[in-house]
Design a protein around this ligand. Structure first.
Ligand code: GLN
Length: 552
């Protein structure tokens, strides 16, 4: 094949066995965290599905759609990579089988294959390898952290497994490490750790020609010595290459656990690298998270009103952002999920749903289901001085609520919910310029990082440390209708952040309210443990005040 590995890059490939949902992304990110003090780590995720990207998938299917600064809509694991590694991901770093086949079919039509039969092997595997090598070259990566999606044995991921097997052959064993994340159950009847699923999982991996160098056993507790020995024996490993991955209170503890288990020294030795883990500040904040988990007098409850509440992963970054904010304020944030379609149907009253909560978030969303419920919750927060943060659709609906109930614009709504049967008299939220004509759904919203001009002296500016320009990430098709801005402002709803040079409104706030903020962007996408998002931090601070608990 052309290209190949003409760099000094080392590769760490993370696969998963036994069952899904073990936290492979967090594991890969944690390994990267251990190695990133001196080395450039570039994460790559290989997804087996045929969508080009997760942007067109319902979050209930696949968890949150993570948006990168470059506008790429990618797998939610990029949230972990960015938060753990401090890198800015790129769209090309998330490969999907959709992208692989798209490239192959384009090449075939161009005639690039010169009369050859186009086959899964070598052509699909070559595309996969070339993409990974290409990223290594372009980024001058010291380490490529390659996470293979799914569970070993899934048909849709087999070409990835074959591609990474070939890569090891090409780059040499000294340059590539296979880490296999597996599951060690403790069945309730026997109450002891069982290694058989791991043995079988490793065997399956062996059948595909891959012999893991490290096995991480996810378990409810640390692995017993004799279980490590057993896994080592049947997996052809030294015992110190079997690492415990116990359940922890906070995902941010995982790098610390791996370090305690000797993982970084092991990787240094195997790959001939040296990059000592810099975990000092990190462990301080992890300690803060844990302290707050055990301090009942520091608990605040924040409600999240949405329609994907059945799957917490739909709002993964939001949940993380509240954890970051809590750690920095000495507070434990408890969540109350409110299914807004229940409020909409009148099955629950907003006052009852929000009883005793200290803050409310209405996150991003699409479509009409549940929005009347969201609007009712926002009205309650506005009228009852309950700290509120509206994110994207949440901000747009706060504008709708204000238009209807304060500006008396009856029937005000977003153009998003308009249909021939349901005309909207006051489209206070309308299509962004150029969006109305778009018919293709994939990757066509206003996406990615954009600058926000913040009004001097506003609450928003104070929250952002008196900044007048910030950068945040967007994913939307609609905006506040510029025609209504003056009317809303005159009635007290302040637009204190906008896109430089255009009338696209990006932040709203109310003056006479302890904390009523809305943003068109997604601040949860750039929050991290070491640098929490200011909008979340101040929401939690206001919620502490609301509950009469002093801010630490
Ligand atoms: N549906 C709204 C829009 O497209 C909000 C999008 C979002 O919340 N991410 O503008």
């Amino acid at each position: 094949m052309s290209g190949g590995n003409k760099t000094n890059t080392k590769y760490i490939v993370v696969t998963g066995g036994v069952l899904s949902g073990l936290g492979k992304g967090v594991a890969a990110a944690s390994i990267g965290r251990l190695l990133c003090s001196r080395l450039k780590i570039v994460p790559v995720k290989l997804d087996g599905y045929l969508n080009t990207d997760p942007g067109t998938m319902n979050p209930i299917e696949h968890g949150e759609v993570f948006v990168l600064d470059d506008g790429g809509e990618v797998d939610m694991d990029f949230g972990h990579y960015e938060r753990f590694l401090g890198v800015q991901g790129k769209f090309g770093w998330n490969l999907t089988m959709g992208k692989v086949f798209q490239e192959i079919l384009e090449k075939e039509r161009r005639g690039d294959f010169l009369g050859k039969t186009v086959q899964f092997i070598p052509h699909a595997t070559n595309v996969i390898k070339e993409r990974i090598y290409g990223i290594a070259r372009d980024e001058k990566a010291d380490i490529m952290m390659v996470e293979v999606g799914g569970t070993v044995g899934d048909l849709e991921n087999l070409f990835y497994i074959e591609a990474v097997r070939q890569m090891r052959h090409e780059v040499g064993a000294e340059n590539m490490l296979f880490v296999h994340l597996t599951y060690v159950p403790v069945p309730s009847g026997v109450r002891e750790q069982k290694s058989k699923p791991t043995q079988q999982g490793v065997k399956l991996l062996n059948e595909f020609g891959i012999y893991p160098d490290v096995v991480i056993g996810r378990c409810q507790e640390y692995l017993d010595d004799h279980i490590k020995e057993k896994i080592a024996l049947f997996g052809n490993l030294q015992k110190d290459c079997v690492i415990s991955g116990p359940d922890v209170e906070s995902v941010y503890e995982i790098p610390l656990v791996y370090e305690k288990e000797g993982l970084s020294a092991l990787i240094h030795k195997k790959l001939g690298i040296y990059s000592p883990p810099a975990l000092g500040e990190w462990s301080q904040w992890v300690a803060a998270v844990k302290k707050n988990n055990t301090a009942p007098d520091r608990v605040v409850e924040i409600a999240i009103g949405g329609k994907y509440t059945a799957l917490e992963d739909s709002y993964a970054s939001l949940v993380e952002s509240l954890e970051h904010a809590g750690a920095h304020l000495g507070a434990k944030v408890q969540l109350r999920w409110i299914e807004t379609s229940e409020i909409e149907k009148g099955n629950q009253d907003p006052a009852e749903a929000l009883k005793d909560v200290d803050g409310l978030i209405i996150p991003g969303g699409f479509g009409s289901r549940g929005i009347e419920g969201k609007i009712k919750l926002i009205k309650y927060a506005r009228e009852n001085n309950l700290p509120f943060l509206g994110i994207c659709y949440g901000m747009q609906l706060a504008v709708v609520e204000y238009a209807r109930n304060v500006c008396s614009l009856e029937g005000a709504n977003s153009e998003e919910v308009e249909s021939p049967e349901n005309p909207v008299p006051h489209k206070v939220i309308c299509y962004l310029p150029g969006q109305k004509q778009i018919t293709r759904k994939g990757g066509t919203m206003r996406l990615g990082g954009h600058d926000v001009e913040v009004r001097k002296g506003s609450k928003a500016s104070k929250i952002y440390g008196n900044s007048v320009r910030i950068r945040e990430r967007f994913r939307h098709r609609y905006e506040v209708n510029p025609e209504y801005v003056d009317r809303l402002e005159a009635a007290g709803l302040k637009f204190t952040g906008k896109a430089p040079g255009t009338p696209i409104m990006q932040v709203i706030e109310l003056e006479n309210h302890p904390y009523f903020m809305g943003c068109q962007y997604h601040p949860e996408l750039t929050s991290s443990l070491l640098k929490p998002s200011p909008l979340f931090r101040e929401l939690v601070a206001a919620s502490l005040t609301h509950s009469n608990k002093p801010v630490a």
